[in-house]
Design a protein around this ligand. Structure first.
Ligand code: MG
Length: 237
């Protein structure tokens, strides 16, 4: 593909410069439909027999048409009564997006930090992250009582604001300035972290996200993220 295809032409370039090229970056990725191919809440809903309804709500939330937290509560409510073992089935059913393994391995080889932040669920995100050596994750937690999902989430919902906050927290912890952060996501709840990152990338994203992001990848291959970083650095050289 054309490398020049990644940049939005009508937006200011991020301030990352060639001097940054040899310094470590922080990569923060969304999970559902970004790091993995699926929307986990839909995989869970499959077990509850509510997939069609949940998928419709997810689609509207990711297009930014409805409030994320509200839509999450509505979707999770349909999962009430599911036995916790379905979480293992869902982890097994999730597939890494093409290039995810290679991207994470290359970031680690370069000494970069990789973190995930998800409006999905920690019970699924954590094992998928751990397999690729990613230890920094943040996601919602499903409440469980007597071995069954209650249909509620525990604690603060990871919405677009929390995602952006998490990017800043990871950056502080990694001691990486925001200019050397990369945020990758596909949905409306990724908009704030994409705007805040030094290199914000819309990945096979909803139009509202693709239009707003300074960079975009439209091939479903996460290795393209490294190309965007090289291009962003070169553009400021
Ligand atoms: Mg997503």
């Amino acid at each position: 593909m054309l490398v020049t295809d990644h940049r939005a032409t009508d937006l200011a370039l991020p301030a990352v410069s060639s001097r940054d090229a040899d310094e470590p970056f922080l990569l923060v990725m969304d999970v559902d439909s970004t790091f993995i191919d699926q929307e986990v809440v839909e995989l869970l809903a499959e077990h509850a027999g509510t997939r069609a309804r949940v998928a419709e709500i997810t689609e509207r939330a990711m297009r930014g048409e409805i409030d994320f937290a509200e839509s999450l509560h509505e979707r999770v409510a349909t999962l009430a009564g599911l036995p916790v073992r379905v979480l293992d089935d869902v982890v097994a059913a999730a597939t890494y997006t093409t290039g995810a393994r290679e991207l994470v391995a290359e970031c680690h080889r370069r000494g970069w930090t990789v973190g995930l932040v998800s409006g999905g669920f920690a019970e699924i995100v954590e094992p998928l992250a751990a397999e690729l050596g990613i230890t920094w994750t943040r996601a919602n937690r499903l409440e469980v009582v007597d071995g069954r999902l209650t249909g509620r989430v525990d604690g603060e919902v990871v919405d677009r604001t929390v995602k952006a906050t998490t990017l800043r927290e990871y950056a502080a912890r990694a001691e990486v300035p925001l200019v050397r952060t990369i945020a990758v996501g596909d949905g409306a709840n990724d908009l704030e972290m994409i705007a805040e990152a030094g290199i914000g990338i819309a990945f096979c994203a909803k139009p509202v996200v693709r239009d707003a992001a300074p960079w975009h990848v439209d091939d479903r291959d996460l290795r393209e993220v490294l190309r965007v970083v090289d291009e962003a650095v070169a553009a400021r050289a």
